[in-house]
Design a protein around this ligand. Structure first.
Ligand SMILES: NC(=O)c1ccc[n+]([C@@H]2O[C@H](COP(=O)([O-])OP(=O)(O)OC[C@H]3O[C@@H](n4cnc5c(N)ncnc54)[C@H](O)[C@@H]3O)[C@@H](O)[C@H]2O)c1
Length: 360
């Protein structure tokens, strides 16, 4: 097992990564100082595969386990679903001594974290991410929340987990589309922070797509290191953490316009990153060759890169929904070459759709 720490003073926590980490889950929770009843929040897809080993490990460590099953899918990442968790917790007599454990992908993690942040003004929670996206990104850093019909992730809280346990073996059961979708956030970390890591992804893409253990373990660790570093510097996104929104401005617009069930989150982010790469080159922050390499990597990994054909007005309406954006313009994350970033203040929002043409 590998162990990294997210250094946040009294809110610091460990990320445990490794094949078979679920077997040690109960012990890892004890080592993190977690006591009381544990409420495992999952969905039928993940629960069917992994609830039993999770339950066994927790019970062996002496925990009393309650299971809450939510419906599967981004469309259920809503306040109504969070309310259903509160109802189960209250009906089962859970008090502040309990802790929640999110067993699933980013959707389960975001919902469970938000429920933990708000139930009885906050109970502890553990992330057990089972998708690539959740292992490399969403389980680390304490952003929790749900969608609103008018926009993505609009309701939420910064609330750090007490522990993250990523069992890389769980990735073997992921559907191809979900696995590939997770690779989008991996490319994001490489483009923003680490040119060598970008080259590693380009050179090893076949092995990665075959889900070979060694490259996967390396990329999960590298992404967690990079994210932990950013979060330690800026927990509440008042500065540098905003760069992790690379590709997300347009990605969220795509998700909002297309409906949350048409694109996987990572697919929408890949589309947003391809456009961000073209825009960055048009400002002179990157070369045409950098853009070609970024778009080519996304495509060869099997990710979409073309904006779906909504009208400019439709995109603008979604992007301008934020009052701050209407008044002050939008802070757009650009890549500086490959392995660097900078923030660009954009007041002409429709230009984001056309600037730099199609990059070709
Ligand atoms: N909090 C953050 O910092 C952050 C960062 C990035 C993304 N996100 C959020 O993450 C969400 C996307 O997460 P996701 O891509 O993990 O989607 P997801 O949670 O919907 O999982 C995708 C699918 O895979 C299934 N699944 C999960 N683990 C499995 C496994 N091991 N084997 C087989 N099937 C499995 C799920 O049931 C689901 O059907 C979005 O809501 C996004 O907003 C949050």
């Amino acid at each position: 097992m590998e162990r990294l720490t997210v250094a946040l003073a009294d809110r610091s926590y460990d990320i445990v990564i490794g094949d078979g980490a679920l077997v040690e889950l109960g012990r890892s929770c004890r080592e993190a100082g977690l006591s009381g009843r544990v409420v495992v929040v999952t969905n039928p897809t993940v629960g069917r595969l992994y609830f039993q080993p999770v339950h066994e490990s927790l019970a062996a460590a002496g925990y009393d386990v309650l299971k809450i099953e939510l419906p599967d899918g981004e469309t259920y990442k809503t306040v109504a679903t969070v309310n259903s968790i509160y109802t189960e917790l209250i009906a089962n007599g859970c008090d502040r001594g309990c802790f929640l454990l999110a067993l699933g992908g980013g959707v389960i993690g975001d919902i469970t974290g938000f429920a933990a942040a708000t139930f009885l003004r906050g109970v502890s929670f553990v992330q057990v991410p089972t998708t690539l996206l959740a292992q490399v990104d969403s389980s680390v850093g304490g952003k929790t929340g749900v969608n609103h019909e008018l926009g993505k992730n609009l309701i939420g809280a910064f609330y750090q987990p007490r522990l993250v346990v990523s069992d890389t073996e769980t990735l073997s059961t992921l559907e191809e589309r979900d696995f590939v979708s997770g690779l989008a956030e991996v490319v994001k970390y490489a483009v923003l922070f680490d040119a060598d890591f970008f080259s590693f992804l380009s050179e090893n893409r076949e092995e990665i797509l075959l889900r070979r253990r060694a490259p996967l373990a390396h990329l999960i660790r590298r992404c967690c290191e990079l994210k932990a570093g950013v979060v330690a510097l800026d927990e509440r996104e008042s500065g540098i953490r905003a760069v992790l929104n690379y590709g997300h401005t347009l990605g969220h617009a795509v998700e909002t316009l297309a409906g949350y069930d048409r694109y996987r989150h990572g697919e929408a982010v890949a589309i947003g990153m391809a456009r961000a790469a073209v825009i960055s080159a048009s400002y002179g922050y990157a070369t045409h060759d950098d853009t070609v390499r970024i778009v080519a990597l996304l495509r060869t990994l099997g990710l979409p890169t073309e904006l779906p054909p909504f009208t400019g007005e439709e995109y603008s309406t979604v992007l301008l929904r934020d009052k701050k954006v209407r008044e002050k313009g939008l802070t757009f994350v650009c890549n500086r070459g490959i392995g660097g970033y900078l923030l660009e203040q954009v007041s002409d929002i429709p230009s984001l759709l056309t600037r730099g043409g199609d990059g070709g």
